[in-house]
Design a protein around this ligand. Structure first.
Ligand code: XMP
Length: 514
């Protein structure tokens, strides 16, 4: 197999990992690096192609992120996207200026050059995704315009000889009808990549890198039984065997029977060769959550307490050098570790508190999207039941209970959620659903049961369709499934007299109900 690689240089755009993912979909290995990566570092990687991402700045603004013009004379094909296209124009002597009409959203382009390799197989007119306030007013010498829109004279440009390509629009987002084709044209045709990279290569490389990094060190893995931490744990166990200890913390905020199910798969007698430790820490968590109502505070407390529990376990085990976590890419950006805005602090993402005596955190799945993690899991031979499992947040039911968390409320939401999942499974209604669960609203209202008045909680049911968990649509569940679940919940779960269905998409809501 060839060792071909495409480098994505990150200028702070929102869709940077999406670009990497699209490249991987063309079976070409791809790494995202900050724009501060030096020319020598780039050369050392011997990339077959370089992609410059979008970004929030203006190329002519003070302190604008830029790159040495020498990047464009390496002889390596470059594709500049949005900010990256303007940067290419600016650095090579073209002109970038504020646009009279900024374009945002779906925009039709017209391909004006019928022999551009980038647009091979792309119709003359198609929809693309634009998001810009500046535009390329004059192209650099040696370039030609290859596409335009009604308001943007340079929707794409290229210098075929030097293999420099640029698009003002974002080919990586789904809304660009033929974007995947354009990226494929770039990496496979223009860069000449053979496209023989597979998920196996990711596994092989990751296991090798983990082995080199950890050597004889001891690692502790935060195993939750979810897809992410399970895949991370199996990768680690492949790399370092029994030097890995997996600690499964039952924080009392798990779904019904979940603790036992996880122990069955990973514990003694299961298929894996792991050190598995199950800790029942629910009392500690409940205690710390008394009278806490703010969701961010709950997340922080649960996250912190998690670390403390691990710390205690680590001390029992002896010297621990690495803490392994199943953080995946959407967790990383939504926690504001990139340059995008902070939406919510994800559980255990973003390093460790000062007092923790692990040397380093290891996150082997940090750059993968959920479906890529599942794919890795399958290739690792993890049972389908586990691999296909819907995601469950680290802070668990703690963030599916609005207001104060109490053991009684946990029990209510556990029971309601189990019924909801049972009914969906019974009806076979789970196909196409990305995530579905019950949450406990903090709202009590009047109901009537038997001959008596009740004043009980409302349960919210949620089901979403999503491929990347960054956006989601509320699912149109069959009405009879909802009704059956609702009727069973009010009848079987004490303390609930009303069931609501959440039909909001993300954005503006999030997937979780917190
Ligand atoms: P939101 O609610 O942000 O959720 O739309 C997106 C996806 O992330 C999951 N999620 C988490 N996963 N730790 C996790 O491991 C967390 O703190 C966390 N918060 C949300 C959520 O379930 C959904 O799949």
């Amino acid at each position: 197999m060839t060792n071909e690689m495409v480098i994505v240089l990150d200028f702070g755009g929102q869709y940077n990992q999406l670009i990497a993912r699209r490249v991987r979909e063309c079976s070409v290995y791809c790494e995202v690096h900050p724009y501060t990566m030096t020319l020598d570092e780039i050369k050392a990687k011997k990339p077959k192609g370089i992609i410059l991402t979008g970004g929030p700045n203006s190329v002519y603004g003070d302190g604008a992120l830029t790159y040495d013009a020498a990047l464009f004379s390496l002889g390596v094909p470059v594709l500049g996207i949005c900010y990256g296209s303007q940067l290419m124009a600016h650095v090579l002597g073209g002109k970038v200026a504020p646009a009279e009409v900024s374009e945002y959203g779906k925009t039709e382009i017209e391909v004006t050059a019928n022999d551009s390799m980038l647009f091979d197989g792309v119709p003359k007119k198609s929809i693309t995704w634009m998001s810009h306030t500046d535009y390329i007013a004059a192209i650099p010498g040696g370039f030609r315009v290859t596409a335009r829109t009604e308001n943007c004279p340079v929707a794409a440009m290229e210098d075929k000889e030097k293999k420099l390509y640029a698009t003002q629009f974002h080919p990586e987002v789904m809304h660009t009808e033929h974007g995947a084709m354009m990226i494929k044209n770039f990496v496979r045709e223009i860069c000449g990549c053979a496209g023989d990279w597979q998920m196996e290569s990711f596994i092989e490389t990751t296991v090798k890198n983990l082995r080199e990094k950890i050597k004889d060190g001891k690692a502790l893995c935060a195993l939750s039984g979810g897809v992410d931490s399970s895949v991370a744990a199996v990768l680690l166990s492949k790399a370092i065997g029994k030097n890995l200890t997996c600690v499964f913390v039952d924080h009392g905020l798990l779904r019904k029977n979940e603790g036992d199910e996880v122990a069955e798969v990973f514990g003694e007698g299961g298929p894996y060769d792991l050190n598995f430790v199950r800790v029942d820490a629910s009392a500690r968590f409940y205690e710390r959550l008394v009278s806490i109502t703010d969701p961010e505070q709950k997340r922080k407390i649960i996250g912190e307490e998690f670390i403390r529990v691990f710390e205690a376990e680590a001390k029992k085990i002896g010297k621990v050098d690495f803490l392994v976590q199943g953080t995946i890419y959407p967790d990383v950006i939504e926690s504001g570790l990139g340059k995008s805005a902070v939406i919510k602090s994800h559980h255990n993402v973003g390093g460790l508190p000062d007092c923790v005596d692990f040397r380093e955190i290891v996150e082997p799945l940090r750059l993968l999207f959920k479906d890529e993690v599942r794919e890795a899991g399958r290739r690792l031979g993890i049972p389908e039941k586990l691999v296909a499992r819907q995601p469950f947040p680290g802070p668990g039911l703690g963030i599916r209970i609005i207001g104060e968390v109490t053991p009684e409320k946990v029990k209510i939401v556990q029971e309601a959620d189990a019924i909801y999942r049972e009914e969906i499974a019974r009806a076979g209604a789970d196909k196409g659903l990305g995530q579905y669960f019950a949450a406990l609203t903090n709202m009590q209202s009047v109901g009537v049961m038997g001959d008596g008045r009740t004043y009980d909680y409302a349960i919210a049911l949620r089901a979403v369709e999503t491929s990347d968990f960054m956006t989601a649509e509320s699912a149109r569940l069959p009405w009879d499934v909802l009704q059956r679940a609702a009727s069973r919940i009010v009848n079987e779960v004490q303390g609930v007299n009303r069931v609501l269905y959440d039909c909001t998409s993300k954005p503006p809501a999030t997937i979780e109900f917190e």
